[in-house]
Design a protein around this ligand. Structure first.
Ligand SMILES: Cc1cc2nc3c(=O)[nH]c(=O)nc-3n(C[C@H](O)[C@H](O)[C@H](O)COP(=O)(O)OP(=O)(O)OC[C@H]3O[C@@H](n4cnc5c(N)ncnc54)[C@H](O)[C@@H]3O)c2cc1C
Length: 418
């Protein structure tokens, strides 16, 4: 005897911050939702990041165009960006497209497309805070970019002023003001900094994602373990074995983060997705010294953040295949610079955590209805800002899926643009 499949309105694949937020929003619109992951919610990229809800990132991370930066990166000795030479060759066509999209007019268009999502990121997280009980993880006092030289601080001050039309709250800190705000920094570690005040930062992004998933379950949502790659289209519905049962739904949302390509390629889709990998390591505080705010060493491109697991150092960009073995040289180099900034105790894990930021060359995520399959939706490619954009992406997807419109047009993110 075959058992009848369990039915849902929507199956959401992937319980990172993107999938969990989509599930919560669909549930709020009265949909019965099954959320599926092969592991625990929030255990992958949504756990390992730097925890910024980055309200101040109004310009996407573009391909650098100034010669000095390009030469520094080309040497492959910069701490902010590393690459595997063989990967770089394979990535060359993708990098050329990224470079093209980073030209002034096109970068401006990408920034305009992203702006409504970025502007709503803090308030959309805040909508879940009370119900999910995540307030203890949230810090509302922004983060600080550090500059080692006065010249770099001057350039950063001019760059911040150029963003003034966005109405961002920031303060330029000279050496003394920085020391006052970050008393554990070594005396002459930095010439100053820019304190971005609008962003909210979290002390445990994985725990926040887990709490949102727990809220979804507490409100009656179903969470099951399963392999998204077992998804099958069956007439007008989708079937998936998960949690020991077969499930069926007319709609499926794919939110598999860096693993999205594993499934969309099986379904016949091609997207120019590349990976900017990153590492993290936790350190014991030395003599109680802690960053009071998340600190970004702007030149070396890493963040130092007090997290529940210790002081987390998250590295900049490594251009490498998603699953290539870890290479700890970038983390080692960042750690050397970090120890010049402030006292850091011993490493708290034997191996660094490694993750991948899935990136499209036009710097926009893929959000929307799939072109060739009825009832299939995509939500991936959030690059540097997936933790920031989880809840607002959830709102956009749930609106589009249930009503066909949202508070913004989803047009710039449509899957068919490639
Ligand atoms: C070093 C680093 C620092 C970062 N810092 C920040 C930051 O400060 N702020 C910010 O906004 N963003 C940051 N990001 C980016 C951010 O972490 C990601 O964009 C975001 O977490 C992506 O969320 P996601 O839900 O798409 O992916 P994930 O969190 O990776 O979730 C995908 C889920 O899919 C599941 N999955 C995969 N394959 C299958 C399968 N076959 N079957 C079932 N389930 C499957 C995985 O188990 C996982 O739970 C950072 C990223 C890195 C690497």
């Amino acid at each position: 005897m075959t058992t009848r499949p369990q039915t849902a309105d929507v199956i959401v694949l992937g319980a990172g911050i993107i999938g969990v937020s989509i599930a919560l929003h669909l549930q709020e619109r009265g949909k019965s939702v099954l959320l599926v992951d092969r592991g625990e919610p929030g255990a992958e990229t949504s756990h390992g990041n730097a925890g910024l809800i980055e309200r101040s990132s109004v310009i996407p991370y573009a391909f650098p165009r100034d010669l000095k930066t390009l030469l520094a990166y080309a040497s492959n000795r910069a701490t902010a960006v590393r690459y595997r030479p063989a990967t770089l060759l394979r990535m060359a066509p993708w990098l050329a497209r990224y470079w093209w999209h980073s030209g002034a007019g096109r970068l401006d268009a990408a920034a305009q497309a992203m702006l409504p999502l970025i502007e709503a990121c803090v308030t959309e997280h805040a909508r879940f805070t009370e119900a999910a009980g995540t307030a203890p993880f949230m810090r509302g006092d922004g983060w600080i970019d550090l500059y080692r030289s006065s010249a770099a601080l001057r350039d950063a001050t001019a760059a911040a002023a150029a963003l003034e039309s966005h109405g961002l709250a920031y303060e330029v800190l000279d050496r003394d003001a920085l020391r006052e705000r970050e008393p554990d920094l070594h005396g002459d570690a930095a010439a100053g900094g820019v304190h971005w005040r609008d962003p909210v930062t979290v002390s445990d992004p994985g725990a926040v994602t887990r709490a949102y998933a727990a809220l979804f379950v507490a409100r009656g949502g179903r969470l099951a373990k399963g392999d998204a790659l077992a998804l099958q289209q069956d007439g007008v519905s989708w079937r998936l074995p998960a949690g020991g049962q077969t499930h069926q739904a007319p709609e499926v949302v794919m939110a598999l983060g860096p693993w999205s390509g594993d499934l969309y390629t099986r379904l016949g889709y091609r997207f120019p997705l590349a990976y900017k990998r990153g590492y993290h390591m936790h350190y014991e505080p030395a003599s109680g010294a802690l960053p009071r705010h998340p600190l970004c060493e702007a030149h070396a491109g890493f963040m130092l953040t007090a997290m529940t697991g210790g002081i987390r150092l998250t590295t900049g960009i490594e251009l490498a295949e998603r699953d290539a073995p870890s290479d700890t040289r970038q983390l080692d180099a960042a750690e050397r610079v970090a120890r010049q900034l402030m006292p850091l105790g011993r490493r708290l894990e034997p191996e660094p955590w490694r993750g991948a930021r899935p990136c499209l060359p036009d710097m926009l995520p893929v959000i929307g209805r799939a072109q060739h399959h009825e009832g299939l939706w995509f939500a991936f490619g959030h690059a540097h800002h997936g933790f920031t954009l989880g809840p607002v992406t959830g709102r956009l997807v749930a609106d589009l899926l249930t009503t066909g419109t949202s508070f913004i047009t989803g047009e710039p993110f449509r899957p068919g643009r490639f």
